[in-house]
Design a protein around this ligand. Structure first.
Ligand code: KG4
Ligand code: ZN
Length: 391
């Protein structure tokens, strides 16, 4: 039987151990994700060493499960793709080492994939149910595209001429938007990771209850900043340190009266004393501004691309985007999805959002983009390195 070429994808860049099998055209046959949230929850963030150990324990069971759910065996696999950058180095190394061993022993090509570029491919993946009802096309006509990646580690806007020809137009200068969501979740006493919980709570609150600041940066900047917003939320919940008697820093030193030692500020309040309605108001007000900041920079990016396309400028600027591709964990956010739909409709862009299971870190997006790289001859060998940063 002449079977289509199947790609096995592996993803271990952060706290999800994931394996997937895709067929041609970004068709996802299986998408297995072993989350480590239970292991990191008590620390309020990802502990790199715990993540690496958990990946090492889980990667092979995840691969076997991905093959079984796809109805495939190792003999059906035509190439192995792996997220090789960016991410936690120890975590990435587990996936890269496993992918090398599998590709070498199966005698098939090895393909290193950039995790952020893979998030931009996630909206083009097709589930079996979509393919059956022909709901989505594989995406040949979506380029050039405006791209937005919003996750726990990344917030950036891109121009894509193809899935592998990508120019970054702007990025966060401090926190990623998902990181801000997670910190706001922690300040409000919500479980880790806070993003989905803040999203849920925000739907119950008044988005105008607090007037949090929006960071616009320079008038033509396509960069993002979320640290000021995060700090404003912290102060709204806990009070401003130094304001009032209770908020004063403790200047007493244990080493002598002349060596003042700063300790953590004594907050005058905390979320435990807030009512659910007060917390919901903070969540809703934060979410309104966070999403507004993303939409502001998307609008600016499209304005700039349209201006240069209309003005006969060369190269990159010539292309007016046809579509908007969005990826990363925060693309699961309810308000962002609504705002993106309104923006795309108003600006004449085809909006491609990932299905929910492809928003968060997953290996289907790695396998899908791996197939595109393979078709373009972009394969790696056993010298492939795990790299903590992109480029
Ligand atoms: O893409 P992802 O799984 O990992 C990275 O590459 O960073 O994104 C995880 C991030 C976390 O910060 C999580 O809180 C956030 O996505 N997130 C959300 C929602 N669902 C996940 N943030 C806001 N609203 C959501 N519904
Ligand atoms: Zn990610």
């Amino acid at each position: 039987m002449n079977r289509p070429l199947l790609i096995l994808g592996l993803e271990t860049s952060c706290d999800e151990t994931a394996g997937a099998v895709t067929a041609e055209g970004g068709l996802v046959l299986s998408n297995v994700i072993a989350s480590q949230h239970d292991l990191h929850g008590e620390y309020g963030g990802v502990v790199p060493e715990i993540a690496s150990r958990a990946h090492a324990e889980r990667i092979l069971p995840v691969v076997h499960k991905a093959l079984a759910e796809a109805g495939a065996t190792f003999r059906d696999i035509g190439a192995v793709a792996v997220g090789s950058r960016p991410g936690l180095i120890g975590a990435l190394l587990v996936g890269v080492s496993a992918a090398k061993a599998l590709a070498w022993s199966l005698g098939v090509p090895l393909i290193g994939v950039d995790h952020v570029e893979a998030h931009l491919y996630a909206p083009l993946l097709q589930r079996r149910s979509d393919a059956a009802t022909n709901q989505r096309s594989a995406g040949a006509n979506v380029y050039p595209a405006l791209g937005l990646v919003v996750s726990g580690g990344h917030t950036a806007v891109y121009l894509l001429r193809s899935p592998i020809d990508i120019a970054r137009l702007g990025a966060t200068i401090d926190d990623a938007v998902g990181e801000a969501y997670d910190k706001v979740g922690a300040v409000l006493g919500l479980p880790y990771p806070g993003g989905p919980h803040v999203d849920r709570l925000a739907r119950l609150g008044n988005p105008r209850a607090h007037d949090f600041p929006i960071s616009r940066l320079a008038p033509d900047s396509l960069d993002f900043s979320f640290s000021g917003l995060k700090t404003a939320v912290l102060y709204a919940v806990r009070g401003v340190p130094g304001a009032g008697e209770k908020g004063k820093m403790n200047m007493e030193s244990s080493e002598g009266a002349h060596a003042p030692k700063l300790t953590a500020p004594i907050w005058s309040r905390d979320a435990a004393r807030m009512s659910e309605a007060e917390k919901a108001d903070v969540a809703a007000s934060f979410q309104r501004v966070a999403v507004q900041a993303l939409m502001l920079k998307l609008g600016r990016a499209l304005d700039m691309l349209e201006a240069s396309a209309g003005g006969g400028a060369q190269e990159r600027g010539k292309e007016r985007p046809r579509s908007l591709l969005v990826g990363g964990g925060v693309s699961a956010n309810s308000l962002l999805r609504t705002e993106l739909a309104a923006f795309a409709a108003m600006r004449g862009l085809e909006l491609r959002l990932p299905a929910m299971e492809f928003c968060l870190d997953n290996a289907a997006m790695i396998a899908g983009l791996g197939a595109v790289r393979l078709a373009a001859g972009l394969v790696d060998d056993l010298s492939l390195r795990a790299e903590p940063t992109t480029g």
